[in-house]
Design a protein around this ligand. Structure first.
Ligand code: FES
Length: 104
């Protein structure tokens, strides 16, 4: 396990996905108010960046812009077709104002 610093809450605009590269991974970071969610930035349906998609704040989901599959930001679970497999999800914690992603 590795803890990776991805900045502070203020570095992220609410409901605007942002791509972050840490170690050998490409991740999508989404802030919703004071919560931050991190998923692999690759749709499980086809190889497409989730950073391009819209965030549904009410349901805490992100849409794949390519074919419209929705994924839960809380755990990466697919919430609608055509995706049937989850995307990788990472725990994030706030340590004295710094956001740290736990990378297995
Ligand atoms: S590539 Fe994401 S839904 Fe098809």
């Amino acid at each position: 396990m590795t803890l990776c610093d991805i900045g502070t809450l203020d570095d992220y605009e609410s409901a605007v996905p942002r791509q972050v590269r840490i170690l050998d991974r490409v991740l999508v970071v989404v802030r919703i108010e004071n919560d931050v969610y991190v998923l692999d930035d690759r749709c499980s349906h086809e190889d497409f960046s989730l950073t391009e998609g819209e965030v549904n704040v009410e349901h805490c989901e992100i849409e794949c812009a390519r074919h419209g599959a929705m994924f839960s930001l809380k755990d990466g679970a697919p919430m609608s077709l055509p995706a049937t497999r989850p995307v990788g999800h990472y725990d994030v914690r706030d340590v004295d104002g710094r956001l740290e992603v736990l990378v297995p």
